[in-house]
Design a protein around this ligand. Structure first.
Ligand SMILES: *[C@@H]1O[C@H](CO)[C@@H](O)[C@H](O)[C@H]1NC(C)=O
Ligand SMILES: *[C@@H]1O[C@H](CO)[C@@H](O)[C@H](O)[C@H]1NC(C)=O
Ligand SMILES: *[C@@H]1O[C@H](CO)[C@@H](O)[C@H](O)[C@H]1NC(C)=O
Ligand SMILES: *[C@@H]1O[C@H](CO)[C@@H](O)[C@H](O)[C@H]1NC(C)=O
Ligand SMILES: *[C@@H]1O[C@H](CO)[C@@H](O)[C@H](O)[C@H]1NC(C)=O
Ligand SMILES: *[C@@H]1O[C@H](CO)[C@@H](O)[C@H](O)[C@H]1NC(C)=O
Ligand SMILES: *[C@@H]1O[C@H](CO)[C@@H](O)[C@H](O)[C@H]1NC(C)=O
Ligand SMILES: *[C@@H]1O[C@H](CO)[C@@H](O)[C@H](O)[C@H]1NC(C)=O
Ligand SMILES: *[C@@H]1O[C@H](CO)[C@@H](O)[C@H](O)[C@H]1NC(C)=O
Ligand SMILES: *[C@@H]1O[C@H](CO)[C@@H](O)[C@H](O)[C@H]1NC(C)=O
Ligand SMILES: *[C@@H]1O[C@H](CO)[C@@H](O)[C@H](O)[C@H]1NC(C)=O
Ligand SMILES: *[C@@H]1O[C@H](CO)[C@@H](O)[C@H](O)[C@H]1NC(C)=O
Length: 416
């Protein structure tokens, strides 16, 4: 354990040196006491506009980075503690902390960058100082412990990303130095356990919100303007998305489950079209649109759209296809498919459904109407029926043979 920790540290330090990323130490004091201390490396990737195109600038926090005493504070008088690190001509990175008594976390991360710095932003079409704030940073630890994350972790801030590595930090410090007890981030725990076999890939942080497995089945519904339920759905959902990963610097295919208890459902119902919108923690929105043909009284799933804004993405992922023809059923029935189905939406996005039952039209009692089951389920149901029938036939044959045999032997006795 100790050795692998040391190795992890060594490997990350080595990468940091190779990438010319400097580690900086930053402290916020008040009187004689230290309240925030951070040792970290950070590299920033910022997209900006030139007169005719969009470019990306890459910059690391230089070792000349200092704490801005004016805007940093320990959070007296109801304000939250804040660390503001300044570097270069008017660039800055700010971390605001909050606590609930047992945990503390980075409540938001603010990035200020000065587009008039032509060494970083050549040919920028503006000379403004841009401010971007992210409130989902994912850095938290138990109070009186040091947050440790040696693995690179990427935070999206507006059109920029900040990748921290070799990070140790503490706020609400009980003493003047980092607490010896550490709260280790998930990426480090993963890196430590996989280190012996895959040392080369440990620099990649886990990017997806939820690891895959069979997804949990969620219960979703949509209410109409009168508050009555007009669409019902029960299903386990798994997204299969290809996107460009920041941490791995390549396109990856990621399989991610939707977690029902953090997913909200909403939507709308109209005469010939109904939409179910599922939102998971503001980062994932998945919409289903069903269409009813009132002539034939048949409905189907006609459109799926996805918006995903995961921390490892360079830009939000959008995919939509409105000419689909899935989950076909008849008005007055629900559609059911217990078998896993794959609904291809686009080349870079498909959706796997598990134990699905939906009814987008004609919901009268907040309960599913009689189900029309998908062909795969019917085929699977057929197997036990066929086997059962074959067995029953066999039993019958044996029985008949036995009865005939008995009759014959009876007759035999009587003739003798
Ligand atoms: C800071 O430390 C000095 C010397 O140890 C002490 O005299 C002073 O009162 C302290 N100030 C505060 C605000 O605690
Ligand atoms: C860059 O330009 C595009 C459109 O040309 C605009 O939507 C975007 O907001 C601009 N980005 C920045 C950082 O100004
Ligand atoms: C953008 O403008 C610059 C300078 O005006 C020019 O050199 C460059 O070729 C242009 N690039 C494109 C893609 O139009
Ligand atoms: C910053 O790094 C450079 C080169 O690595 C070094 O020469 C310089 O002394 C460092 N400055 C500080 C303040 O540590
Ligand atoms: C602080 O928040 C965490 C996680 O949200 C929770 O588990 C813990 O009970 C909270 N502590 C207090 C004192 O509210
Ligand atoms: C950042 O979080 C702190 C603490 O929750 C809050 O006081 C501050 O207003 C936030 N700043 C922004 C720009 O959201
Ligand atoms: C943190 O440490 C300080 C000083 O040692 C102590 O007063 C405080 O109760 C501790 N807080 C927790 C939540 O353990
Ligand atoms: C809402 O209720 C009113 C009165 O009962 C009814 O006329 C209307 O059609 C209902 N609207 C919907 C969307 O069900
Ligand atoms: C990403 O990969 C490309 C080519 O594979 C390489 O040119 C580029 O430098 C890499 N970027 C980073 C940040 O590693
Ligand atoms: C969601 O469910 C999982 C497992 O079923 C559980 O571990 C987690 O605490 C739940 N989260 C919330 C916010 O209820
Ligand atoms: C509805 O179904 C009828 C009969 O199957 C078909 O002729 C018609 O084109 C369909 N309408 C739409 C809008 O798909
Ligand atoms: C999903 O539907 C909601 C509400 O109908 C809408 O606000 C949102 O933009 C839609 N998202 C996508 C990705 O289509």
């Amino acid at each position: 354990m100790k050795l692998s920790h040391a190795l992890t540290a060594l490997i990350f330090t080595w990468f940091a040196v190779l990438g010319c990323i400097q580690a900086v130490t930053l402290e916020v004091h008040e009187g004689n006491s230290t309240c925030i201390k951070a040792e970290l490396s950070a590299s920033l990737s910022i997209t900006y506009n030139t007169s005719n195109s969009t470019r990306a600038a890459h910059v690391s926090l230089p070792n000349s980075t200092t704490v801005d005493k004016g805007s940093s504070s320990c959070g007296t008088g109801g304000k939250s503690p804040q660390l503001v690190a300044v570097f270069g001509p008017g660039h800055a990175l700010g971390l605001s902390f909050s606590t609930n008594g047992s945990l503390y976390s980075v409540a938001n991360l603010t990035l200020w960058y000065n587009l008039s710095d032509t060494s970083i932003f050549p040919e920028a079409n503006s000379s403004d100082v841009v401010t971007e704030v992210s409130a989902s940073v994912g850095i938290w630890a138990m109070i009186n412990t040091t947050y440790r994350c040696l693995s690179p972790t990427t935070v999206r801030v507006g059109g920029a990303t900040v990748t921290f590595s070799d990070m140790r930090l503490e706020a609400y410090m009980p003493g003047s130095d980092l607490s010896p007890t550490e709260s280790v981030c998930v990426a480090d725990k993963a890196a430590t356990t996989t280190l012996p076999t895959t040392a080369g890939t440990t620099t990649t942080a886990a990017p997806a919100p939820t690891p895959a497995g069979t997804p949990e089945r969620g219960n979703y519904s949509v209410h109409d303007s009168n508050g009555t339920i007009c669409l019902l759905a029960q299903m386990g959902l798994q997204l299969n998305v290809s996107y460009f990963s920041l941490s791995q610097n390549k396109t990856v295919q990621n399989v991610v489950n939707l977690t029902p208890n953090v997913t909200r459902s909403s939507g709308s119902c109209a005469a010939s079209s109904a939409t179910l919108a599922l939102t998971e923690e503001q980062t994932t929105t998945l919409n289903f649109t069903f269409t009813l043909n009132s002539t034939s009284n048949k409905y189907h799933l006609s459109k799926i759209s996805l918006r995903a804004n995961w921390s490892d993405m360079t830009a939000p992922f959008l995919a939509s296809n409105s000419s689909l023809n899935y989950l076909r059923s008849t008005l007055g029935h629900s559609y059911m498919c217990n078998t896993e189905q794959t609904l291809v939406v686009m080349s870079n996005f498909s959706l796997n459904t598990f134990k699905l039952q939906v009814q987008p039209f004609g919901v009268t009692t907040a309960q599913f109407a009689t189900a029309e089951e998908c062909q795969v389920d019917q085929d699977q149901m057929l197997i036990p029926i066929v086997v059962g029938a074959a067995l029953a036939g066999l039993v019958l044959i044996v029985l008949v043979a036995y009865l005939i045999g008995r009759k014959r032997s009876h007759a035999g006795y009587q003739t003798i």
